[in-house]
Design a protein around this ligand. Structure first.
Ligand SMILES: NC(=O)c1ccc[n+]([C@@H]2O[C@H](COP(=O)([O-])OP(=O)(O)OC[C@H]3O[C@@H](n4cnc5c(N)ncnc54)[C@H](O)[C@@H]3O)[C@@H](O)[C@H]2O)c1
Length: 285
């Protein structure tokens, strides 16, 4: 399964924050979706979230179809075997390596050879997850951002054994959902969380150490650096458990990353101070 045109059914494993968002955007793009969680209650909650989100988008005239028509393309299930016909499965279960490896071993068993198996992991190794299967070349990272229906970007993460055709397919699929992509190697946290998580943790420490109150830390970062959300708001938005799992993986893999980066010091010594000198990490006219 390497051609987008061959994809009819998209499987999603996990009906939580990310899984139901991914199911929604895939159904909105016209795919039939099977969304699986472990309990019927979680599946129902995920489907309710999709309905609420579609209604909000319809109220803003942001859908080309009636919400019900999109919603009807998503089938909820607790039965893993219902993913058997999926041409692409996107896993979005909790950020726990053992759980994800179990899910991938199951997916390897129930799906056809050649079906692409993608993980939405925030920080875990694609290569380690893929090694739970006998087809590591079919496994790729498709790291959606939260909230999935709103955010424009998807990070494509390339494992040690990922087939280049699967990488191209992952970009094409995300683009077909109306997203823009970038690519990262399978290194802890990829691009986004490697950079974002220390920022969030420092915001939390600044609050804990009384640097400012919560609202002023968030206001300071928004007004001072032009980000849409400050670190504490963003941590709540991501889910504190998800942020903690991601931070622990990065800590285990990368250790203390809070010293100024060597390259930052070297650029300052060279006089490359950013926009004001015309050159920092980028060049300016
Ligand atoms: N929340 C974010 O901002 C965000 C952003 C990008 C990536 N992610 C990643 O996406 C993944 C999911 O995160 P989330 O925020 O949606 O978590 P969540 O806790 O909202 O949802 C996880 C869901 O997975 C289900 N689940 C657990 N084991 C399962 C199994 N074996 N089979 C099927 N379902 C199972 C749970 O019941 C739950 O409904 C994680 O890997 C996370 O790191 C999260």
């Amino acid at each position: 399964m390497r051609e987008l045109s061959d994809v009819d059914v998209v499987g999603v494993v996990g009906a939580g924050t990310m899984g139901n968002g991914i199911a929604q955007v895939a159904a909105t793009a016209g795919y039939d979706v099977v969304m699986r969680d472990v309990e019927a209650e979680y599946v129902e909650r995920g489907l309710d979230s999709v309905e609420d989100s579609l209604d909000r988008l319809a109220a803003k005239d942001a859908l080309d179809e009636e919400p019900d028509a999109i919603r009807d393309r998503i089938a909820g299930t607790t039965d893993l075997d219902d993913l058997a016909d999926a041409d692409l499965v996107i896993e979005a279960v909790i950020e726990d390596l053992d759980v994800k490896r179990d899910v991938f071993a199951d997916l390897d068993r129930v799906t056809d050879d050649g079906a692409v198996l993608a993980t939405n992991t925030s920080t875990l190794s694609i290569t380690t997850i893929a090694s739970a299967t006998d087809r590591a070349s079919d496994v790729v990272g498709l790291h959606f951002m939260n909230p999935v229906p709103i955010m424009d970007g998807v990070e494509v993460v390339v494992g040690e054994r990922t087939d280049p055709e699967v990488v191209d397919f992952a970009h094409a699929f995300a683009e077909d959902l109306g997203k823009e992509t970038w690519e990262a190697d399978d290194k802890p946290g990829f691009v986004t969380n490697r950079i974002l998580m220390p920022w969030i943790n420092e915001g939390i420490r600044a609050y804990d150490e009384g640097v400012a109150d919560k609202a002023d830390i968030d206001r300071g970062m928004k007004l001072g650096t032009n980000v849409p959300m400050g670190p504490l708001e963003l941590a709540d938005h991501i889910g504190l458990d998800v942020a903690l799992d991601a931070s622990e993986t990065l800590h285990d893999e990368l250790g203390d990353r809070y010293k100024p980066a060597y390259l930052l010091k070297r650029k300052v010594e060279a006089g490359d101070l950013g926009k004001k000198t015309g050159r920092g990490f980028y060049e300016y006219e």
